[in-house]
Structures are given as C-alpha cells and as structure tokens.
Design a protein around this ligand. Structure first.
Ligand code: TYD
Length: 166
C-alpha cells in the first residue's frame, strides 16, 4: 500500500529534509508519497517510482490526490472552526481489483483520522495537540488528545473523563 502525506505547514521530516523552519506555512498544500514498508522505514518515493513499478496507475494516483486534497480542505475547515491548525496528516491507500471485472484496479482509502496521524497545533499558541507530544516527550499527551476531543464536542468538558478515555 501507499502512504500519502498532505502538508500545509512545514514540520517533522519535511522541515528537516528541506531545511525549512518548523511552523513555516507552505506556499500551497503539498501531497507526498511513501512506500508502506516497515523494514525500509516507509521511504519517500516519487510518482515516477509508482508508475514504473506499477504500484498505481495515473488514474488511481489522480484519484488519491483528489481525495487527499478534498479531505484536507474539509479537515482544515473543521479544525479551524475549533481554533486548531491542521499542519499535516497521513492517509493510507490500498488497491482492489475493480468490481467491473475488466482487470483494472481501484484505490481504496483505508485509514482513520486522529491525533496519531495528524499534526494539530493550537491556532493562538502553536501548542502541539497531537502525537508529537509523545514522540518528542513533551508530556501532557492525554490532556492534549482530550482537548481536541472536547473542542470537537466528542467528549464533555469534564476533567475526570481524561482518565478513562485511554
Ligand atoms: P512526517 O513529518 O513525514 O514524519 P515524522 O512524524 O516522523 O516527523 O509525518 C507527516 C505526518 O504524517 C505526521 O502528521 C505524522 C504522520 N505519519 C504517520 O501517522 N505515520 C507514519 O508512518 C508517517 C511517516 C507519518
């Protein structure tokens, strides 16, 4: 399967790779592809690799990019409404034989959206409200996840719920 990363603001490996300061807004949303191979560390690949090795056709890739950008637009708006910036997120796509039986394939989105696979920063303070709190040992992991869930209206604003939400 292919991993697609959509970025609005430079962070993580992209900021490092291109020498961009973390937090810098990108000129536009950027879609990147990684090969989902744990043993290789999910390497970044070019569209050329995808076509040459037949991992997806141009039509499938176009569909993945269109879906990813649509999801990005939707999520950016949704999070903006609760004072959160969507820095980047990751989606995974698999492939199924097309049900029309003509021998083609179709891409299938197979993933979830959560603070484990997105970067979410508070709009006012840039406080990280995502898995980077865990990855970078920043503490307050449960509090941050609870904050996102509370702002989304999924959890009631009740501090004791933080203890049972894991
Ligand atoms: P990225 O900046 O490439 O990697 P890292 O998290 O190692 O700095 O990650 C971009 C976004 O994609 C980020 O929100 C985390 C998410 N992601 C995953 O959820 N799983 C993964 O395997 C990878 C590579 C990224």
């Amino acid at each position: 399967p292919l991993e697609v990363i959509c970025r609005n603001v430079a962070a993580g490996t992209m900021a490092k790779r291109l020498g961009i300061e973390e937090g810098e807004k990108l000129p536009r949303s950027i879609v990147e592809f990684c090969l989902k191979r744990d043993d290789l560390g999910d390497p970044l690949i070019a569209e050329e690799h995808i076509y040459a090795f037949g991992w997806a056709s141009q039509a499938e890739l176009d569909e993945m990019i269109a879906m990813t950008l649509r999801i990005n637009d939707y999520l950016q708006g949704m999070f903006a409404g609760i004072g959160i910036k969507l820095i980047d997120f990751k989606l995974e796509f698999g492939r199924l034989e097309h049900p029309d039986g003509l021998g083609g394939h179709m891409s299938v989105l197979a993933d979830e959206i959560s603070p484990d696979s997105c970067r979410l920063w508070d709009r006012e303070t840039d406080k990280k409200l995502d898995k980077d709190r865990f990855r970078r040992d920043l503490g307050e992991v449960t509090e941050a996840y609870t904050e996102v869930a509370t702002r989304l209206g999924i959890l009631k604003a009740n501090p004791s719920s933080a203890n049972i939400s894991v």
